[in-house]
Design a protein around this ligand. Structure first.
Ligand SMILES: C[S@@+](CC[C@H](N)C(=O)[O-])C[C@H]1O[C@@H](n2cnc3c(N)ncnc32)[C@H](O)[C@@H]1O
Length: 279
């Protein structure tokens, strides 16, 4: 709420600096948390290039992307993951073949819809649970209205025949992760981007992983520095992981770097990154 109020009165560059600083200060105040890397997949066992070059996955993407785009604008949507990252997330799901996926940060459901489509295509009883602190499907106050979409994410999933593969949960990420009995093969952290929040979420997400599970981060800017010519960067995810790695050197990050397709005009660079363990 405070964030939204501040954003309406100050320019983006100033608000970003303010929230970065606030995130850093809050991160320093948080006591050391445990990082249970037991079930985290090893760095050496991951080959991300397969998912990005496999012709069958590329064909599945073309078909699903076309169907989704009829309901859900194909281009950039404010704060939703960009079109190139949607393809990367879809391809990762197709390649990793997770049974159970958790997403923190539903917003307008961009990443959720693409993950659900990949889960359906993989067949079997695969499911995504997507959590947001706001009721993203609210008929009047859902963010889908603000960005000009014609339907809330749950309606969109229904129209695409994906309902049985995606469950929407309204609540704070940390509460959900503390309370759930479920275990996940893939956890996508795309909620609060403040360093302190991601540090906490990382600690809470690790024990929820199935064996060889993976955590996927969005907006991971290595060094907290811009990766595109627009000079824009979000420092929170990097700073959170930096601290976690200092406290537990077994944690390793694999930024997905440059994709075979465009993510934003003039750039193929993605801020998606995998959290794995050394070895
Ligand atoms: C960047 S958006 C997510 C974009 C989304 N993945 C998409 O592709 O449309 C971040 C979302 O995280 C949610 N969020 C922020 N803090 C949260 C928290 N503590 N628990 C759950 N959701 C949170 C926000 O309400 C917002 O909808």
């Amino acid at each position: 709420m405070l964030k939204e109020a501040v954003k309406t009165v100050l320019p983006t560059s100033v608000t970003n600096q303010y929230f970065e600083l606030r995130g850093k200060i809050r991160l320093q105040k948080i006591p050391v948390r445990a990082f249970d890397t037991r079930n985290l997949r090893r760095f050496s066992s991951v080959d991300i290039s397969h998912g990005f070059s496999d012709p069958e996955i590329a064909k599945a993407w073309e078909d699903d992307h076309q169907a989704i785009s009829q309901l859900y604008r194909a281009g950039e949507l404010t704060m939703g993951v960009n079109p190139g990252d949607r393809r990367a997330i879809y391809s990762l799901v197709m390649s990793l073949r997770p049974q159970n996926v958790l997403e923190i940060g539903t917003y307008i459901g961009t990443s959720a819809i693409y993950m659900a489509a990949a889960l359906q295509r993989l067949h079997g009883n695969r499911r995504l649970t997507t959590v947001d602190i706001f009721d993203v499907n609210h008929p009047k106050q859902g963010a889908w209205k603000d960005v000009g979409l014609s339907t809330p994410p749950a309606e969109c999933a229904k129209a695409l025949g994906l309902s049985e593969h995606v469950q929407f949960h309204v609540g704070a990420s940390q509460d959900f992760m503390r309370e759930t009995d479920e275990r996940y093969d893939l956890i996508f952290l795309d909620g609060d981007h403040d360093a302190w929040a991601i540090y906490e979420e990382l600690s809470l997400a690790l024990p929820l992983l199935q064996k060889d599970g993976i955590i996927l981060l969005h907006d991971f800017y290595p060094g907290g520095k811009p990766i595109r010519s627009d000079g824009y960067a979000i420092g929170g995810p990097f700073r959170a992981v930096e601290r976690a790695q200092r406290e537990d050197p077994a944690i390793q990050v694999l930024p997905l770097g440059t994709l075979p397709w465009q993510t934003q005009p003039g750039s193929n660079t993605t801020t998606l990154a995998l959290v794995l363990k050394t070895g």
